[in-house]
Design a protein around this ligand. Structure first.
Ligand code: ADP
Length: 546
């Protein structure tokens, strides 16, 4: 017997309709790529998205068409999300930090029909345009007054494109499983792979993350998504903040410490989210300028492991609560969040920060397990680690353009991460399965060594890779960027680990560099580091697992 409730498809248009009707005057503040601060309301955002949907329809765009964006976080990028999906189209966020060849591959593979780009990316797109085989029109996200000279053909300013229509348009209505968004994984191995979100998956994912134990967003918040809309759906914030009626601050192209600090303070931001490298820059700026964070209450940090030193700095020096988030493009992208369950309230300082290093427990829409290589479930004892697998309505089952399932026989997706799960349900990533250091038949967690190194006051950034060792297969090599003006040498660095880890985990050597390479999503690029140190040999073979 079926229930007798209404059929109300979970469409993205419902989100912006709700925001505009209940929080119509709530502001979206954007730092424009052209420079100034722009303000509009949810009511404006809805009207302009309707206008855009109408213009797109007039350009012949229809349900199922892919439309690419190469853009920073601004109101215009959000309008694209709502306008494109409102007619049944698919927004395809392209990460501008990828290599030209990858961008060309992704746009051609998706067969995008239009490309909306920020002024910043005009030179990039001019360079690759001859190789884009399916793009019919380029729209530059600016007004006529700021249109640059460009070699792009069939190009128009966004504000002119919008002005071709009014907002007298009705959102299309269709099955909630219809595709809504496309985002390619960064493709550290092989070609990037397309993850195709649906209306239903985006709406459920956002609803789950508004909740108090997760982002805990309400209409009393001012939310600044620093994590880009092109990085895995901006961790849902493009949907969850409007759903909750939160005021939004979109930081545009300026993601450096001083610019972020200025916006956090002048726009009285209460909640924000981004990868650790962004916060390294902010904390460094605050440290140098004796800056304060007077309104910020919560920061979600994920994308790569958040070092304990960073969590403690935010909480102890600036009074900002840090929650570790974990996820991946294939999961829309959020999988878990580290808020404190009541059973763990009242932990002492040390135990609390040890807990906060874990990636947390899954949201309602995510099921999680760890298994051995044969798929056998492993215990949730906090020490056994295995392959982390997930299942849920916002987890991918197949990549775009492929007809192979990526699920195991129980319908779980193997995340490629290695993790433990403790009896309270908290998951802790030990490593990416390809980054874990295999030494003498045992595994060493590169993440744990990096986090410890980062706690040294002279260390700005640290990475650990496994380097071939004739006897032990692999041994850890620590690569360190020193803080400006700090002095630190190999022995001092290694002494810092003493008593904190098993002896055989101690890195065999320390190399100091000026810079550590990062991926397009701000993570340490281990593949590049492994290439850089491919010929590295340890000067002494004395260290051994014991
Ligand atoms: P990319 O950001 O490189 O485009 P993803 O966002 O899909 O790709 O990357 C997902 C991976 O990032 C996860 O499988 C995991 O290895 C890593 N990751 C994400 N969040 C965390 C975290 N909080 N701690 C440790 N690793 C994380």
């Amino acid at each position: 017997m079926l229930g007798l409730m209404q059929d109300w498809p979970l469409l993205i248009s419902k989100v912006i309709d709700h925001a505009a009707s209940q929080f119509g005057n709530q502001e979206i503040v954007s730092r424009l790529v052209e420079g100034p601060i722009h303000r509009e309301t949810y009511r404006d955002l809805r009207n302009r998205s309707l206008q855009l949907a109408k213009s797109l329809t007039q350009s012949g765009m229809k349900s199922g068409d892919r439309i690419a964006t190469l853009a920073w976080n601004t109101h215009r990028h959000l309008e694209l999300w709502y306008g494109i999906t409102g007619l049944g189209g698919i927004y395809h966020t392209v990460n501008p930090r990828l290599f030209d060849d990858q961008i060309v591959y992704i746009i051609n593979h998706a067969e995008d029909r239009m490309l909306f780009l920020d002024l910043t990316f005009v030179p990039l797109v001019e360079r690759i345009a001859p190789r884009l085989t399916t793009i019919e029109q380029f729209i530059i996200l600016t007004d006529a007054g700021h249109m640059p000279e460009t070699s792009l053909k069939n190009v128009m300013a966004y504000e002119d494109y919008l002005a071709r229509s009014d907002s007298d348009f009705a959102w299309a209505v269709f099955d909630e499983n219809t595709a809504a968004g496309l985002c390619y994984t960064s493709g550290t191995t092989g070609h990037p792979k397309g993850v195709l979100y649906s209306h239903r998956s985006n709406v459920l994912h956002a609803m789950a993350h508004v909740a108090p134990d997760f982002f805990n967003i309400s209409s009393h918040d001012t939310v600044m998504p620093v994590v880009p809309l092109f990085h895995a759906n901006s961790w849902s914030l493009g949907f969850s903040a409007p759903m909750a009626g939160a005021r939004l601050v979109m930081p545009g192209a300026k993601l450096d410490g001083p610019s972020l600090h200025e916006l956090l303070e002048t726009e009285r931001v209460t909640m924000t989210a981004a990868v650790p490298t962004v916060w390294l820059a902010l904390l460094d700026h605050l440290n140098r300028t004796q800056g304060r964070l007077t309104t910020l209450k919560r920061v979600a940090i994920g994308g790569s492991a958040c070092p304990r030193a960073m969590t403690e700095a935010f909480e102890k020096h600036y009074g900002v609560t840090v929650a570790h988030a974990w996820g991946m493009t294939e999961m829309s992208p959020l999988g878990s969040f580290c808020s404190i369950k009541p059973a763990l309230a009242g932990l002492d300082d040390d135990a609390l920060y040890a807990l906060k290093m874990k990636q947390g427990f899954p949201t309602f829409t995510v099921e999680m397990k760890i298994t051995d290589d044969d798929g056998l479930a492993l215990p949730h004892d906090g020490s056994t680690f295995g392959r982390l697998k997930v299942r849920g309505p916002a987890v991918t089952r197949q990549y775009y353009g492929s007809d192979e399932t990526v699920l195991d026989r129980d319908g779980f997706f193997d995340t490629g991460d290695v993790a433990t799960i403790d009896p309270h349900g908290y998951m802790h990533i030990t490593d990416r399965s390809k980054d874990v250091i295999k030494s003498g038949g045992e595994w060493i967690s590169s993440i744990e060594l990096e986090n410890l190194a980062m706690a040294h006051p002279a260390v700005a950034e640290a990475a650990v890779i496994g380097v071939h060792h004739p006897k032990w297969d692999e041994r850890p090599l620590l690569i360190v960027v020193r803080k400006t003006d700090a002095t630190l040498e190999r022995d001092g660095m290694l002494a810092f680990f003493e008593g904190k880890i098993a002896k055989w985990w101690l890195p065999d050597d320390v190399v100091f560099v000026d810079e550590i390479p990062h991926t397009a999503t701000g993570k340490i690029q281990k593949t590049a580091l492994r290439d850089m140190f491919a010929d590295y040999t340890f000067s002494s073979t004395a260290s051994k697992p014991q």
